[in-house]
Design a protein around this ligand. Structure first.
Ligand code: ADP
Length: 246
């Protein structure tokens, strides 16, 4: 039977000049789960995602994604293993159309040589249409990405990850700067995405957290402060203390 756990993080620690930004962390993310990571500034949220995607190397501990130990892999191989990460600032090609951005993100088309020899087959075209529909951009396929609204750019970047079919998607503040309707659409999108993959989201907007989170992990000073459903976490005295103290 397939394990319900997709990502198992154990005793994860990273030190920067002796300062532990992530300190002995244990975290388990299930398949089809939306896990939101919250915590005050400097809690270690971004560093945690950096460790998972290989941008930062762990000092100690393990990050097991299915049967693969990610701490032994470089960033590129972590992507290939099925982990996609979206940063806060969109990294789309502004001069290219939505369609071209999606085509270029199709697996193998990401690097320069890959793109030169990359052929847009019917299969690729069909997948682009499917993803464009998922991210509400079916009628913007021929629009230059630079002309999209801020929210649409964020969706396009999510689409550029989805087209690579990751089993784990990590998003850093996906609704920052979005309008109310774009937020609602993003919540619905994340619900849909998590039907067949897991999502880890760093988020500060508590209303949005309530809308999307299956479970919430609260970090404080690099350590796990609390974990559970949003209403449980909200009533946790340690969590209240940390948030009121800021
Ligand atoms: P959060 O995302 O929760 O705001 P971060 O993960 O960005 O927190 O940072 C956690 C702590 O680690 C902060 O005190 C930050 O200054 C420190 N830190 C993060 N990356 C580095 C680095 N490359 N070198 C030194 N200190 C770092």
């Amino acid at each position: 039977m397939t394990s319900p756990i997709l990502l198992a993080i154990e005793d994860l620690t990273v030190s920067f000049d002796g300062f532990k930004a992530v300190d002995g962390l244990n975290l388990y993310v299930e398949r089809n789960e939306v896990r939101v990571v919250i915590g005050p500034n400097g809690a270690g949220k971004t560093t945690l995602l950096d460790l998972i995607c290989g941008k930062t190397k762990a000092s100690a501990g393990s990050i097991k994604f299915k049967d693969t130990e990610l701490t032994k892999l470089v960033e590129h191989d972590i992507v290939k293993a099925g982990v996609g990460r979206k940063f806060q600032t969109p990294s789309i090609y502004e001069n290219l159309s939505v369609r071209e951005n999606l085509e270029l993100s199709y697996p193998k088309g990401r690097n320069v040589f890959g793109s030169l020899f990359f052929k847009v087959t019917d299969k690729v075209r069909a997948r682009v249409l499917e993803v464009a529909k998922d991210i509400f951009l079916s009628d913007r396929l021929d629009t230059s990405a630079g002309l999209l609204s801020h929210g649409q750019k964020q969706w396009l970047e999510i689409g550029m990850l989805l087209i690579q079919d990751p089993e784990l998607l990590m998003l850093d503040e996906p609704v920052a700067g979005m309008s109310v309707s774009e937020r609602e659409a993003t919540a619905e999108l994340l619900g849909r995405i998590s039907k067949n993959r897991s999502v880890i989201v760093i988020e500060h907007d508590m209303d949005f957290v309530k809308d999307i989170a299956h479970r919430v992990t609260v970090l404080h000073q690099g350590k796990l402060l609390a974990e559970g459903k949003m209403d449980e976490v909200q009533q946790n005295e340690k969590v209240i203390e940390v948030y009121l103290g800021h």
